[in-house]
Write a protein that binds this ligand. Structure first.
Ligand code: C2E
Ligand code: MG
Ligand code: MG
Ligand code: MG
Length: 299
């Protein structure tokens, strides 16, 4: 039976009752089992200075090491984890692992090597009345200073009313930095920035895609550039940091730098990697005093 599951994937493997709802229930059961069996792992994608390519932070991204399907990305199970509420224990696991790891990097490489470690938090977690206390307890237990933790939330998660808003303000007042993830894709990005204690804005990949193109489709590229420009102007005016997401080419780095972006994340700079690989990268960076993984250092 396990083999069939491996071949078929989650939606089809509910034999004879192929309703999506049932498949989701099945996936919920699988997720519960996976939590019990310790099948989730955290990888870290570097956040990099665009002028010289130093790693200044990481974003934690969860992976499911399924016994038959191999490594499964979060796009395939986070929605089900949210629906079933399993995102709460799963998120706690990612939080604990990230804080523990970030504290270990701090101890090994000192305060200047990695400024911060971020992780994604879903609306369902922010609705959990224990969330703020959990974060506080995990930080205390790990020894990671509050200001080195970044919690990434999306615009739609933030727009979920009083309870979420209270949680966000409580986290902010603890000194934790909040990042607005996938910024620009929501419906009320700009007004949200006033109503929410963000420290960081992450420009969504959709505005980075094609930003380097000067001919071919000038209109489309100009529109993206206009959003990217408006976002950084707004961020500067409000005193927020920015990170450009999904950078896949040196031309995009150049276009973003021209607009004033100083931090970025993307496959061109560095892919998500294991904690050990991050450690090697930080060690190499300490030796060479520059980012050694990929791409040429830009003076
Ligand atoms: P996100 O928070 O916006 O994370 C960035 C995603 O973009 C990651 O996908 C990353 O691997 C991918 N990415 C980074 N650079 C590039 C690039 O240059 N090109 C392209 N095409 N993609 C790039 P991933 O790991 O599959 O995660 C997808 C989403 O799943 C995340 O988007 C986040 O919303 C969610 N997620 C991941 N881990 C967690 C978690 O622990 N908890 C929660 N609640 N959500 C998570
Ligand atoms: Mg994120
Ligand atoms: Mg993002
Ligand atoms: Mg994204």
């Amino acid at each position: 039976e396990a083999k069939q599951q491996g071949k078929a994937g989650f939606v089809r493997y509910v034999d004879g009752m192929g309703e999506p709802v049932l498949a989701h229930m099945q996936l919920g059961g699988e997720l519960r089992r996976a939590l019990d069996n310790d099948e989730f792992r955290v990888v870290y994608q570097p956040i990099v200075r665009l002028d010289g390519r130093r790693v200044i932070g990481v974003e934690a991204l969860v992976r499911w090491h399924h016994p038959t399907r191999g490594v499964v990305g979060p796009g395939e199970f986070i929605p089900a984890a949210e629906r079933t509420g399993l995102i709460v224990p799963l998120g706690r696991l990612v939080l604990r692992e990230t804080c523990r790891q970030a504290a270990a990097w701090l101890a090994e490489f000192g305060p200047d090597a990695l400024k911060e470690a971020g992780l994604n938090v879903s609306a369902r977690q922010l609705h959990d009345p224990d969330f703020v206390d959990d974060v506080s307890a995990v930080l205390a237990e790990s020894g990671l200073p509050c200001e080195r933790l970044v919690l990434e939330v999306t615009e739609s998660a933030v727009l979920r009313g009083q309870q979420v808003s209270r949680a966000l303000y409580a986290l902010d007042s603890m000194g934790i930095r909040l990042a607005l993830d996938d910024f620009g894709t929501g419906e009320s990005s700009l007004s949200l920035l006033r109503a929410f204690p963000a420290a960081i804005v992450k420009l969504d990949k959709s505005f980075v895609d094609g930003i380097e193109i000067d001919d071919g489709q000038p209109a489309a590229a100009d529109a993206r550039k206009a959003v990217a420009r408006a976002v950084i102007q707004l961020a500067h005016a409000l005193g927020l940091d920015t990170v450009a997401e999904g950078i896949e080419s040196p031309e995009q780095v150049a276009a973003l730098r021209e607009l004033g972006y100083t931090l970025g994340q993307g496959f061109h700079l560095a892919e998500p990697m294991s904690a050990d690989e991050i450690s090697r990268l930080l060690a190499a960076q300490q030796d060479q005093d520059r980012f050694p993984v990929r791409g040429k250092a830009v003076p």
